[in-house]
Design a protein around this ligand. Structure first.
Ligand code: ADP
Length: 355
């Protein structure tokens, strides 16, 4: 069993901006070795996402029995929920290689050709942010996915010829945070489309306890629960907060992460009881105070907060929607009653200056 990652693709989104504490994007300081040591490697280690695991278990068993590659699989959901991890686990379960890349790294046709040509029978090709593929690359993928064939065009105009190269049967796993941005021809070529959902606090508690063990960090269950509660339903954030709390506890010369110490550390890091950070609160405050609670368009919120619209949409909004602090309506974003309550703002005072 060999699992390979393309080192030059550095696994995740080369174009993402530097992650902050609560960003679900991988942070610069998360060196590959730490990241890899805490990444679950078997389906049993992979906590939560029971529906996904159940359906993938059946797919794996069927593919192994038929001695075939897994069907092409599309995984969607917010960042940090375990899409890459699941792909690596599937490769391990199938005993095949997993090559990891991301759409922004596949700029030229030869980038995807190089990857496809080097695949071996049954291999998994994982493409992160697959909704960002350019048209030429995407069109090269159609025959590759459907007929395991790479169509190369040589020459131009009337002398142009198409040469087809047979590819081994392989599995494409696409990951996306925006399923709606995929073209339908691409989406239709996936045999299996699965959504990853935010994790429950109990699941995140188990993930934190497991990571703490790997990092040789002493934590009690109340400490793990406190971190879980503030992790926005996201394992990557849970692991990151655990590492920050561990630093805090070490500097305080304490030896066990308790609920009290975890809460103290996270308050100091500006992560509130719901896991909202400064930017979440700024977004909500802006909608409430500057736009009377909404509805307001994304671009207007971005301009008023000075945040990038895509970052608000991909990083901040999914969780605010999930916990019911924000609603998306055809006329724009609306802050809910719960958001007012969380920020301690009475509806009548919502037109006061921002700070
Ligand atoms: P995505 O590809 O969705 O952005 P990753 O697969 O890179 O997310 O997961 C981020 C990190 O979170 C992983 O390194 C892993 O340590 C942790 N993680 C994700 N899902 C799980 C899970 N189900 N159980 C335990 N840890 C997880």
């Amino acid at each position: 069993m060999a699992i390979k990652s393309l080192s030059d693709s550095s696994s995740h989104a080369p174009q993402r901006k530097e992650a902050n504490l609560l960003s679900a994007s991988p942070a610069i300081e998360e060196t590959e070795s730490i990241e890899e040591s805490i990444r679950p490697t078997t389906l049993d280690d992979y906590i939560g996402q029971q529906d996904l695991k159940n359906s993938l278990k059946i797919t794996i068993q069927a593919a192994i029995a038929r001695k075939e590659a897994l069907d092409h699989l599309l995984l969607y959901g917010p960042p940090g929920l375990g899409k890459t991890t699941m792909s690596l686990i599937l490769a391990a379960e199938m005993g095949v290689n997993c090559k990891i890349t991301a759409a922004p790294a596949l700029e030229r046709p030869r980038d995807i050709m190089g990857l496809l040509i080097n695949l071996k029978l049954g291999d998994i090709l994982f493409i992160d942010e697959i909704h960002r593929l350019n048209r030429v690359t995407e069109e090269l993928l159609y025959p590759a996915m459907e007929d395991y064939r790479l169509d190369l065009t040589t020459g131009k105009g009337k002398t142009a010829k198409i040469q087809s190269i047979a590819l081994p049967r392989f599995t494409l796993i696409g990951a996306t945070t925006k399923i709606g941005a995929l073209t339908s021809p691409l989406r239709d070529r996936f045999g299996l489309i699965q959504r990853l959902r935010f994790y429950e606090p109990e699941e995140l508690t188990l993930i934190i306890l497991r990571t703490a063990k790997i990092l040789n960090t002493i934590i009690d269950e109340t400490g793990a629960k406190e971190i879980a509660r503030r992790s926005r339903g996201t394992p990557r954030i849970a692991n990151r907060l655990l590492k920050r709390v561990r630093d805090y506890v070490q500097v305080k010369q304490e030896n066990c992460i308790t609920q009290h110490l975890a809460a103290e550390a996270l308050e100091q890091l500006n992560v509130d009881q719901k896991g909202l950070d400064w930017t979440d609160r700024l977004v909500l405050n802006t909608i409430i105070k500057q736009f009377k609670g909404g509805p307001v368009g994304l671009e207007a919120v971005a301009a008023a907060t000075g945040e990038d619209a895509r970052t608000i949409e991909d990083v901040y909004e999914p969780y605010l929607l999930q916990i019911g602090y924000l609603n998306r309506t055809p006329r724009g974003r609306v802050a809910t009653e719960d958001a007012y309550q969380h920020l301690g703002i009475a509806k009548s005072t919502s037109q006061l200056p921002l700070f």
